[in-house]
Design a protein around this ligand. Structure first.
Ligand code: NI
Length: 226
């Protein structure tokens, strides 16, 4: 299940990210790559412990906490402190799967990566190439979103970033351990939640709203790891 989450960051927050990043010290993105992915990864990152990453990462975490759509789609147990990367012309990240377990040295957080997220900070018209391509059983899905929008996708997916041919692409990326490990169950709960919200919007007094809400929470109660 891939879900687009619009307007995670406001235009002002995107501008703040870009301003901070122009002064930041970028390092080779291989610092957080595993053995296989380091061979296909060619980009830049802010170090996990950089003050810029902490400030902007905190801003992203606050935005996520306010996003009903993120909560519904991901059912987060623990979000990894957001990281930031940059691809300049010629840079790319070949096909890989994200590491299954991630530790963040500065905060001591260790999570199982269930859901991957990419939050676009560059505007799509500012660079060519740089599509995030996620593979699943239905084929390849190419993603390039407006600044401030985010895509969430299963961390189990093979994915890559196509080469940049003009400009620079800046994004935030991070992983989430979900309360629901099984992607099919997470997807089912998301579909149910969306349907309940639609019914509740169209027929707020209908008895099925409370009944379906009870089913949702009782499924969550059966499946959630908290
Ligand atoms: Ni990746």
């Amino acid at each position: 299940m891939m879900v687009r989450i619009p307007n995670v960051l406001t235009a002002e927050q995107v501008a703040r990210c870009r301003e901070v990043m122009t002064k930041a010290a970028w390092v080779d993105g291989k610092v957080t790559a595993g053995h296989q992915s380091s061979q296909v990864k060619n980009n830049l990152q802010l170090p996990e412990s950089a003050p810029e990453a902490r400030e902007l990462g905190g801003m992203v975490l606050q935005a996520l906490a306010r996003s009903q759509l993120f909560t519904s789609a991901v059912l987060p147990k623990q979000v990894f402190p957001p990281l930031f990367n940059r691809y300049d012309a010629g840079m790319t990240f070949g096909a890989h799967v994200d590491n299954s377990v991630r530790s963040h040295a500065a905060s001591g957080i260790t999570i199982r990566t269930d859901v991957s997220s990419t939050l676009f900070i560059s505007a799509p018209e500012d660079y060519d190439g740089g599509e995030l391509v996620v593979e699943d059983t239905y084929g390849r899905h190419s993603v390039k979103l407006p600044a401030g929008d985010m895509i969430v996708y299963p961390a189990t997916s093979l994915h890559h970033v196509t080469p940049i041919t003009r400009g620079s692409r800046i994004a935030s990326f991070f992983w989430t351990q979900s309360m629901i490990r099984d992607e099919s169950k997470r997807s089912l709960l998301f579909d149910l939640d969306m349907a309940i919200m639609r019914v509740a919007g169209d027929h707020p007094q209908h008895a099925s709203v409370v009944e379906l809400t009870a089913v949702y929470h009782n499924l969550l109660r059966q499946w959630a790891e908290v």
